[in-house]
Design a protein around this ligand. Sequence first.
Ligand SMILES: NC(=O)c1ccc[n+]([C@@H]2O[C@H](COP(=O)([O-])OP(=O)(O)OC[C@H]3O[C@@H](n4cnc5c(N)ncnc54)[C@H](O)[C@@H]3O)[C@@H](O)[C@H]2O)c1
Length: 356
Amino acid sequence: MATKKMVVTGGAGFIGSHAAEHFSEEGWNVVAVDNLSRGKMLGVAGIDTSAYNWRHLSGNGKIELVNASTADERRMDELISDADAVLHTAGQVAVTTSLKDPRKDFDTNIIGTFNVLEACRKSGRNPAVVFCSTNKVYGENVNSIEVELSGNRYRYSDGRYDKGIPEHFPVDGCEHTPYGASKLAADLYVQEYGHTYGLKTGVFRMSCIYGTRQFGNEDQGWVAHFLLSALRNKEITIYGDGRQVRDVLYVTDLVKAYDAFLSSHLRHGVFNMGGGPANTISLLELLERIQELTGIRPAFRFDRWRNGDQKVYISDISRARAQLNWEPAVGIQEGLNNMVNWIKNEIRTGEKAKEA
Ligand SMILES: NC(=O)c1ccc[n+]([C@@H]2O[C@H](COP(=O)([O-])OP(=O)(O)OC[C@H]3O[C@@H](n4cnc5c(N)ncnc54)[C@H](O)[C@@H]3O)[C@@H](O)[C@H]2O)c1
């Protein structure tokens, strides 16, 4: 059988680069497409993050790297014309940026996704589409669930959400932030291209994904941001009281869920994706864990709550479990350990050599 081609948009990003690597190892002919904007926009001081991930992928020798933007309709048509699957991770990823520059957010997340979908439709090959959506599609509705304090964390007081937020949770009638709105529009468009044009479509509404090669900063990727800051002796600002809770999912587990969807007989799916109730952590708890793991006491200060922040977000992953036969395999301790080792061995070693 001929090798199948997969286009990974945002291939130089955190999730895209892990996905590209995984599917290449699984025998796909992977083309990673990225405009390398992350490095410039949200780069962690001193590191061009896109270039770092790009270099990492080029080491694989089998992944084709293409510098192109999802804004370029004709390029998307060309690249996707013979694809069997598209994993669409490219996006404007930060709530904060979406508030400052809503047009950029709109163009990247809505027009970019539309170009990718149109390229899929026009190819006439019905490629499968996996889309990186977000828990932010549920917007402020999440904050309508009552929460209570329990030590260093909030928790839902409404027992209906003991397993977390399910996919049928309402998405409308509330504030979202421009990021939440653009991702929701794209999420619905992907679903619609499944229903109307017959593409196999998987929409993954993800909470907090973390892992190596994640260059988190204040705007996005908080687990990586906390670890990078602590190991570089930089002060962390906690917006709110630090008792916010998230379910966290290690990136390799996420990629396995994409794979399970692509190899399944499902035609369409919308999945809430995160570590679920077994893998939750609050901001203050993460600071404690970092101290236990590294011996470094992270410096931090508090500031006001930020727009669109959710006090508790936990994904109900029952549907993914049942329909994809999938389960998170990497626990928080192991995931954090992997990241600490990566930062110490690859990031800090390089930085220290430059400083010397
Ligand atoms: N990381 C998370 O916890 C998380 C959670 C929910 C949703 N998501 C979604 O997952 C996707 C991937 O997130 P990530 O954490 O890997 O972010 P990332 O910033 O590391 O990766 C996104 C990549 O897209 C590229 N990109 C941006 N605009 C582009 C364009 N117009 N054309 C081509 N490439 C472009 C960037 O250069 C970057 O390499 C995003 O769509 C994000 O909204 C991520």
